[in-house]
Design a protein around this ligand. Structure first.
Ligand code: CUK
Ligand code: CUA
Length: 763
């Protein structure tokens, strides 16, 4: 270390940046920088509110839909630094998602009619909840285009399951969870016949096309959706849109709105007015009010009908049992959001300037009294709007979605047409503040803002257009997530974040402290199932097994080698390579690929992943580690030899190097010197309270693991030296040094960590 500093210093001096230059170095003052960059006091204030200095972390972590990318984007708030893209419906090469066997199985869960669908139109992420609060355990997200829902485990931020909706052809209103994650709600978007592959002409739209809402049962212990315990409700073909689950007093109920209750069927090409005209003709659409707890009981009593093998409560049953009601809502509404106390529902009509606030208490009173203004064409009782309304507030043009503050009665609603966020009081029905955003805001999101305990502080505006905010990158422009400080009475815009991956309709954020992701797996874990992987082996157990034309390799990865380093197969063999990462140190991921066979695995510490392919081409195919994991990462390599059928080895042996006794002695000296450095680092680490730092304990464990591998190698190189086999003597001594380097690398990292984190001397 010291040596390095000396070298660096002499390099700087040589480059003319020594003492003489320091005079001209006088640091720029804050005022200088402001002047040079044209920054205002306001800019500076904003910067200081979002800047997270190196080594510090964000207070909140956001999970954004990745829109058409079919992924989830994870970023920190307030820094807006992107932390991860999670592969969900779409292959994600870095994580090996869709390129290793374990993740291919997850993606296969999303096949529809036997076909792979390798993209998704993700809209609404939702956290698992406990007692109405985000608990940081799971994240769910939907695919609008191909009606599917995915489960992401927040212990490792990996997708574990994709389920296909059995009765829908598209969906939008998902994923919304009930207050204890009993169910994940998914509502249809465009009506279609519920039976699979059933054709009915558009002329039979009113009779044969149907909307629906699905309640997916979630098993928290297994971390999986249970399709056989899930059920749906048949609904009229009203283009159901977003949903929200009741909470507190309204727990047990859910609310779903709709936007084309006209049931209009377009046909521009036949001279008919288009959908947009016919779907917005009436002044009101319908808010659906559903008692899901009672619905679940009815399904348990066998009152559901099986459609495509799935439990569906038909409208007739729902009406008879009194679990389905409608309320008029103005006009082409989009979002429905239940207030944190569960007492009120906020609905925004895209073509109305108002938000309408409904009272759950009033809705229940009307139902109890049997007070309805009539029935819809399917016989569903309709509660009068006046009988259910708490208040209406005029906010501006194009209100869409609403989120809540930690301050009582304060809500924020996006105004798409006005490109504004409106802050308003839903108890008293008055506007408090408005702020312009850039441009055309869709959703907006406050910290844990759709739970029973919103955290306030920040709001993110998800703007559909960015227009002039960023450096131009061609006609397809990024979306703009704008960070707004909501801690004061007046909202303050403090950051623009380009989103370059798709149109993220919605994002949810959680207190960072609630997330407790692991840094390593138990050795030999299949991360997609969280079960021991049958292909896992420990160090020394690596092997290749051939049965007929099936070759199975049980390999390990550790800095800086792959065992085995040669894999020999015959052309036409089916090859499976199981890879276990033996590392325990944080962030020591190894990647694995084989040239031209389109496989890739990301093998994080402890994980076992496998790749599988048919070796259908004779030839020589290098394989290597794809993560720069160590100084000798490039040397983490091997050869897949695909031999012609019946090929016989000749008598030729591997070429030898030209090593002398002097080479051997130099290597041995290097080993002795390096051991001295290791000893001094170990002396330091053990002189302080390193055991109080779990991260350091893991590094120390790993360091000694590496050092332990030198066992027996000294005898080995000395044995070869005695026989004057200088090649083997030198290389086995060199291998000791390789292990020492990794030990020293970890040791120095641990030392730096201890020094920077205030380790104390122990006696
Ligand atoms: S939707 Cu896109 S802005 Cu899918 Cu929730 Cu409202
Ligand atoms: Cu392992 Cu690079």
């Amino acid at each position: 270390m010291k040596q390095f500093n000396k070298q660096a210093a002499s390099l700087l001096i040589a480059a003319g940046m020594g003492l003489a230059a320091t005079a001209g170095w006088s640091a720029e003052s804050l005022q200088d920088v402001m002047k040079r960059r044209g920054l205002s006091q306001q800019d500076l204030l904003a910067a200081s509110k979002t800047y997270v200095p190196t080594g510090k972390r964000d207070d909140f972590v956001a999970f954004s839909s990745g829109g058409q990318s079919g992924q989830v984007i994870v970023y920190g708030i307030p820094s807006m630094r992107i932390l991860k893209y999670i592969g969900v419906f779409t292959p994600e090469p870095w994580q090996g998602y869709g390129f290793d066997e374990e993740s291919k199985k997850v993606l296969a869960g999303g096949r529809i009619d036997g076909k792979d669908i390798t993209w998704g139109d993700t809209h609404h992420p939702g956290f698992s909840e406990t007692n109405g609060e985000a608990d940081g355990q799971f994240l769910f997200i939907n695919d609008k285009a191909n009606p599917r829902l995915a489960v992401i485990d927040l212990r490792d931020f990996e997708t574990k399951q994709i389920v296909v909706n059995p009765i829908m052809k598209s969906e939008h209103g998902g994923a919304f969870v009930t207050p204890n994650t009993e169910y994940i709600i998914e509502a249809v978007q465009y009506a279609a016949p519920l039976e699979n592959k059933k054709f009915y002409p558009l002329e039979e739209f009113n009779e044969k096309y149907r909307g629906a809402i699905t309640y997916w049962k979630f098993d928290r212990k297994e971390g999986l959706i249970k399709p056989e315990q899930s059920f749906s409700l048949e609904l009229p073909p009203y283009s159901q849109d977003l949903s929200d689950a009741g909470k507190g007093p309204s727990d047990g109920w859910s609310f779903t709105n709709s936007f084309c209750s006209e049931r209009y069927v377009g046909g521009i090409e036949k001279g008919r007015p288009p959908y947009e005209a016919g779907c917005s003709a009436k002044d009101t659409d319908y808010l659906h009010v559903i008692n899901w707890k009672k619905a679940a009981e009815l399904v348990a009593q066998g009152k559901a009908k099986k459609i495509n093998g799935h439990n569906v409560l038909m409208m007739e049953t729902a009406i008879k049992e009194g679990i389905l009601f409608l309320i008029p809502e103005p006009k082409s509404p989009h979002g429905v959001d239940v207030t944190p106390d569960g007492k009120l529902l906020v609905v925004a009509g895209k073509l109305d300037t108002h938000v309408s606030v409904y009272s759950f208490e009033k809705i229940m009173a009307a139902i109890k009294a049997g007070k309805f203004e009539g029935k819809d064409p399917y016989g569903i009782p309709v509660i009068g709007m006046k009988d259910a309304l708490h208040t209406q507030v005029s906010l501006g043009l194009g209100p869409l979605h609403t989120q809540f503050d930690s301050k009582p009665c304060v809500a924020y609603t996006s105004l798409y047409v006005d490109s504004q966020v409106a802050k308003w009081n839903y108890c008293e029905g008055k506007v408090l503040d408005k702020l312009s955003v850039h441009y055309n805001i869709g959703h907006l999101m406050t910290m844990e803002g759709d739970t029973m305990k919103p955290k306030g502080r920040y709001l993110v505006a998800l703007n559909k257009l960015s227009i002039d905010r960023f450096n131009p990158v061609g006609p397809l422009q990024p979306q703009n997530h704008q960070l707004i400080d909501i801690s004061d009475d007046k909202m303050q815009l403090i950051y623009d974040m380009p989103i370059p991956l798709g149109e993220p309709h919605y994002v949810v954020a959680i207190e960072a402290a609630k997330l407790k992701p692991a840094v390593r797996y138990k050795v030999g874990t299949n991360s997609r199932t969280d079960k021991p992987h049958p292909g896992a082996v420990r160090a020394g157990e690596e092997k290749t097994i051939k049965k007929g034309n099936k070759v199975e390799v049980f390999a390990t990865l550790i800095r800086s080698h792959i065992t085995p380093e040669t894999i020999e197969v015959e052309v036409g063999d089916e090859v499976t390579i199981n890879l276990t990462n033996l590392e325990r140190a944080q962030d020591e991921t190894h990647g694995f690929t084989v040239s031209t066979y389109n496989v890739h695995a990301s093998v994080e510490p402890g994980k076992t992943a496998s790749v599988k392919f048919k070796a259908d081409k004779e030839g020589v195919y290098p394989y290597y580690c794809t993560e720069f994991c160590s100084a000798l990462h490039l040397e983490m390599q091997g050869y897949l030899l695909v031999k012609p059928k019946g090929w016989k080895a000749g008598t030729k042996t591997l070429a030898k190097g030209n090593y002398t006794e002097a080479d051997y002695k130099a290597t041995v000296k290097k080993v002795v010197d390096t051991q001295a450095i290791i000893d001094s680092v170990v002396a330091y680490i053990t002189s302080v309270n390193y055991k109080d730092f779990p991260d350091v304990v893991a590094m120390v464990e790993d360091a000694f693991d590496q050092l332990g591998k030198t066992k027996g190698l000294k005898e080995k190189h000395e044995g070869f030296a005695a026989k004057k086999d200088w090649e083997n003597a030198n290389l086995w001594a060199e291998q000791i040094w390789q292990y020492q380097v990794k030990t020293a690398d970890l040791g120095l990292r641990a030392k730096t960590y201890l020094e920077q984190n205030g380790a104390k001397k122990v006696k």
